[in-house]
Write a protein that binds this ligand. Structure first.
Ligand SMILES: [Zn+2]
Length: 339
């Protein structure tokens, strides 16, 4: 899973996906018939085949932070890009990339920096970055509002369990990794397949909207991650128990025919699957499914713990099983899921 670790190390907050896109382009170029970047920034890889047209989407972007303002003392206020819990940010090391030179800082609050005890949960507006530099020094370095703050991490570690992967941006570098593996493994495809690496999912599923309009798929699958609840007394989604099929989330009801087809394939090749019926969250599939006249769509996702925090945790088997399931699906595509 070396390429997954590389993808996790790349920084690609929504609107800043260039380095992730370059990394994926380089990796998949030898294996696809066409590779292009659309006007919005999505990377579209095409493998030729017969109709119907299939679209598999994974988003390149991750949640993160952007500089909002710098006060007279050099304290940097920031805005969140996508859903990120302020609680996990306190004490976090960050850096600002200035042409290869890093300006390092740490996220703190008034209470923490003054030795008061924190009495209520901080909001983003209560937090700031301390770089140890004055406003003048930061301005001289070219640090200004609108720039991204990169959250520093030790990535690619397994906690106490070699079967686990813990690190940043598992949402959705896991999906990007699954798509790149499929691209490499599928030598000849039955259908026209478009592997789309989307931008700006975390702030509104936008890349999926423009790319689905362009690709005009007949059916589609978003490959993403979903929240596990394996610490609950009666868990419904657990790490290591297989990929999840979304039945519904906050924004869509998945296509029943596609889900039945995936279920049958999983049974045939003896891959465990789990069902995701969720009140929260949405994926690229929501926007793909309502593109033009509508597209039969569903979501295959890998369960993770700590979704939208700075370090998430996934199980290797769920990633491997997702690849096997989707590979088998593309070998045996559904015949009647076009409505
Ligand atoms: Zn996601």
């Amino acid at each position: 899973m070396k390429f997954l670790f590389k993808l996790m190390e790349a920084f690609g907050t929504s609107g800043n996906e260039e380095s992730v896109r370059a990394m994926i382009s380089k990796e998949i170029k030898p294996y696809v018939d066409d590779l292009s970047v659309d006007k919005y920034g999505n990377l579209i890889a095409h493998k030729k085949g017969a109709l119907p047209k299939v679209m598999l989407a994974a988003h390149m972007d991750e949640v993160g932070l952007m500089i909002k303002s710098i006060d007279d003392r050099g304290r940097i206020a920031f805005s969140n890009v996508g859903g990120i819990e302020p609680l996990v940010l306190v004490g976090h090391a960050v850096h600002i990339n200035k042409k290869g030179n890093k300006v390092h800082g740490v996220i703190t609050t008034e209470e923490v920096s003054n030795d008061f005890s924190v009495e209520k949960m901080p909001k983003i507006a209560d937090l700031f970055v301390d770089t140890g530099l004055s406003k003048t020094a930061l301005t001289k370095l070219g640090v200004k509002p609108g720039e991204y703050l990169m959250l520093d991490h030790k990535v690619n570690h397994h906690l106490g369990n070699k079967n686990l992967i813990a690190g940043k941006a598992l949402d959705d570098r896991i999906g990007c990794y699954i798509l790149t593996e499929l691209i490499k493994k599928i030598k000849s495809s039955k259908n026209e397949i478009y592997f789309v690496f989307t931008v700006q999912e975390e702030i509104g599923l936008y890349g999926a909207k423009t790319s689905a309009y362009k690709v005009e798929p007949d059916w589609a699958i978003a490959v993403d991650v979903t929240n596990s609840d394996d610490r609950a007394p009666q868990p419904t989604i657990e790490l290591g128990k297989g990929p999840c099929l979304t039945i519904k989330d906050a924004d869509m009801i998945s296509n029943k025919c596609l889900n039945n087809h995936l279920e049958n394939i999983a049974k045939k090749i003896k891959i465990p699957i789990q069902y995701d019926v969720s009140d929260f969250g949405a994926t690229d599939a929501a926007n793909i499914s309502i593109s033009k006249e509508g597209v039969s769509s569903t979501v295959v996702s890998v369960p993770v713990r700590n979704l939208h925090s700075t370090i998430s945790i996934a199980h290797k088997n769920d990633i491997e099983n997702s690849i096997t399931l989707l590979r088998e699906l593309l070998k045996n595509p559904p015949k009647l899921c076009l409505t």
